[in-house]
Design a protein around this ligand. Structure first.
Ligand code: NAI
Ligand code: HPV
Length: 625
């Protein structure tokens, strides 16, 4: 039985709060959670929410935004504001329209860093281009509310990814829509540099007709080295081939067949820079590419080489480039990007007569900006809804079909973690966690990162103020010294369609407030399965039980004897506590047994004391899900 994703109700509709509440209560879906509907036996849809990027503090957010239009309710019926998105740099109308359908959008272009710091905490998402630095400080200021940073473009070197990950803030980019624009700009710079277009243009406008001064060089038959053979690099290569150039490329991670298909020869860094007449840069700015074009590498190049940079200014040591231009080693450079943007007005590099410059225009075409704006708006809206965007930069990408298949197991994993941590007693803290997956699938067919993250979420969130999601789960576990080991147990079944037979969570070296949950090996052990799309608890310590994981749970350990279910049921019934599920597991007849009781309401202390006072009951514990 496959779980299918239910769409969230449209949050922007101008329904009255009452109508909105009714509509949304029916969907029972918080806006920031993934929502899956699983049909049970053809009956009405049951909604299972999987909080992948759940809002860290919706209540607080509501308090802070009293003037926001209230348009939907949380699962408890409380009204929530629409998500708020801050757009810090020019975004095309087409993207803004997509955002406005789902969120309150504020465009605040040209903010100073201080203005951004002051504002960011009021927003669920922030959208930037290359001109805004999303620093640790910004992410700290947004902590508690900011869940998504959208980079409307490719390069994410202006976003502190580590700080975003630590804050559980998803970073998404728009990696494809400006590829062609950047490649076309690279070709435009290549051709205009070779023919001195910008210098000759400036001279003629200044009244100088200098035909002899501006003799250029031809492109045909020249060797072009593409440094970074990714999306933009390959498109530049394709176009340069059309101009009759011989294209070589350097990229340690590029597949040889992609290069072969375009007719480019993949070579080493040194070979590329020593053979080239023209060198075009298309790698990201990362620690390994920072200033890779420096005195040493310029020294290895052909005298008279020409360089184009539409990637990032920081890949070039700009002082070294000025020296190479002055010495004639580099004949010309065409630069769209700079280490500091905008560069200083008296920058020697910018003012150099052999340098052609543009103010970071690579992505600036009408078409690319429209595409990028839509791409990022859709990614941000998806992320705010709790979906994992395909362009997530700091989280594992989980394809929609996998997500859909795993949905009930995601919920099971979180609930097992949540129950297990509530069983822990003593001050020692949890050290080792083992998650055992029983599955027919091989490691390549079952990606367990999502499940592991949700076990971490279940274990950490009830006992701390840390908000955990797929983005920061591993980081959070590491920070808290939690070692989460995973084990797969093969389950032989030729017919099993479900990805998992069971998930077991074991906490080692801990005391338990419920001795019945301790297995023979001394670990707290809980195991669950998904039945008809619903997570069930099926093992507590050595005891087999079967209780649907909804509402809350009471575990009682007693001597196996007749009448126990009736006694406990009576006590709960008299206090109007509805039992949703009940199951008894025992080792041997007349020996120890466990009763697992699912309850819709939370019994008060007096009710729990009454259950504890039943003479045959040796211990019991109330657990919240
Ligand atoms: N000027 C502008 O407006 C624009 C600039 N860009 C910049 O262009 C660059 C490339 O963008 P895309 O092609 O979309 O990215 P991409 O990720 O598709 O390609 C980058 C390539 O660089 C390669 N690479 C990584 N380390 C390398 C190294 N040490 N040496 C050589 N290659 C290395 C990667 O393997 C990858 O194939 C990025 O820096 C991006 O920020 C992109 C769009 C517009
Ligand atoms: O996408 C990129 O990497 C770019 O450099 C484009 O930057 P921009 O969005 O034009 O500020």
């Amino acid at each position: 039985m496959a779980a299918s994703r239910a769409l969230l109700p449209s949050p922007h509709a101008t329904a009255t709060p009452a109508r909105a509440r009714a509509r949304l209560a029916a969907a029972a879906a918080a806006p920031s959670s993934l929502t899956f509907a699983a049909r049970r036996g053809g009956a009405r849809a049951r909604v299972v929410r999987c909080a992948i990027l759940s809002s860290p503090a919706p209540a607080k957010a509501a308090e802070e935004q009293p003037t926001k239009r209230i348009s939907r309710a949380g699962s408890n019926g409380a009204l929530r504001p629409k998500p708020a998105v801050l757009v810090a740099e020019k975004l095309s109308e087409a993207g803004l329209a997509v955002l406005r359908e789902f969120a309150d959008v504020e465009c605040a272009y040209g903010m100073s860093p201080a203005e951004l710091l002051a504002k960011v905490a009021q927003f669920d998402a922030l959208i930037v281009r290359s001109g805004t630095k999303v620093t640790r400080e910004v992410l700290e200021a947004g902590r508690g509310r900011l869940r998504v940073v959208g980079r409307a473009g490719v390069g994410i070197d202006n976003v502190d990814l580590q700080a975003a990950t630590e804050a559980g803030c998803l970073v998404v980019n728009a990696p494809t829509a400006n590829t062609v624009a950047a490649a076309e700009h690279g070709i435009a710079l290549l051709a205009s540099m070779a023919r001195n277009v910008s210098q000759a243009d400036a001279a003629l406008k200044a009244g100088k007709w200098q035909r002899n001064k501006y003799v250029g060089v031809s492109l045909v038959g020249k060797t072009l080295a593409i440094m970074g053979f990714g999306k933009v690099g390959s498109e530049v290569a394709r176009r340069a081939k059309g101009l009759g150039m011989h294209v070589i490329a350097h990229d340690p991670y590029a597949p040889a067949d992609r290069a072969r298909a375009i007719g480019a020869e993949l070579v080493s860094f040194d070979e590329a820079i020593t053979r080239a007449d023209f060198i075009s840069l298309h790698m990201p700015l990362i620690p390994t590419t920072n200033k890779v074009f420096n005195d040493e590498s310029f020294g290895k190049m052909k005298t008279g080489v020409r360089i184009i940079n539409v990637a990032r200014g920081g890949v070039i040591d700009e002082d070294a480039l000025v020296r190479a231009l002055d010495s004639g080693k580099v004949a010309q450079a065409a630069l769209d990007v700079f280490t500091v943007e905008p560069p200083a007005k008296d920058s020697k590099l910018v003012l150099h007569e052999n340098v052609t410059v543009t103010p970071h225009l690579g992505a600036s075409t009408v078409e690319a900006q429209e595409g990028v704006a839509i791409e990022i708006a859709e990614a941000v809206v998806g992320a705010l809804k709790g979906e994992l965007a395909a362009t997530a930069v700091n989280a594992p990408m989980v394809p929609a079909e996998v997500m859909s298949e795993l949905a009930p197991y995601v919920s099971l994993a979180e609930k097992l973690g949540r129950l297990a941590v509530q069983l822990v007693a003593g001050e020692t803290g949890i050290k080792g966690v083992k998650v055992v997956y029983t599955t027919t699938r091989g490691p390549d067919d079952l990606d367990t990162r999502l499940l592991r993250a949700m076990v971490t979420k279940g274990i950490v969130e009830p006992v701390s103020s840390t908000f955990v999601n797929l983005v920061n789960a591993d980081y959070t576990a590491k920070q808290r010294g939690l070692r989460i080991a995973e084990e797969r147990v093969s389950h032989d079944s030729a017919t099993a369609e479900a990805p998992l037979e069971s998930i077991q969570v074991r906490l080692s070296q801990v005391q338990s407030k419920f001795a019945g949950a301790i297995s023979d090996g001394g670990d707290i052990v809980l195991e669950g399965r998904v039945k008809y799309g619903v997570p069930h608890l099926t093992l507590v310590g050595p005891y087999e039980v079967d209780v649907s994981l909804e509402g809350n749970l009471i575990l009682c350990r007693q001597i196996d004897q007749p009448g126990m279910i009736g006694k406990v049921g009576n006590i709960l019934g008299q206090r109007n506590v509805n039992i949703s599920f009940m199951s008894v597991g025992r080792t041997f007849r007349g020996k120890q047994a466990i009763m697992a009781i699912g309850v819709d309401e939370e019994p008060n202390k007096e009710t729990l004391d009454k259950i504890g006072a039943i003479p045959a009951i040796e211990e019991f514990v109330f657990l919240e899900l």
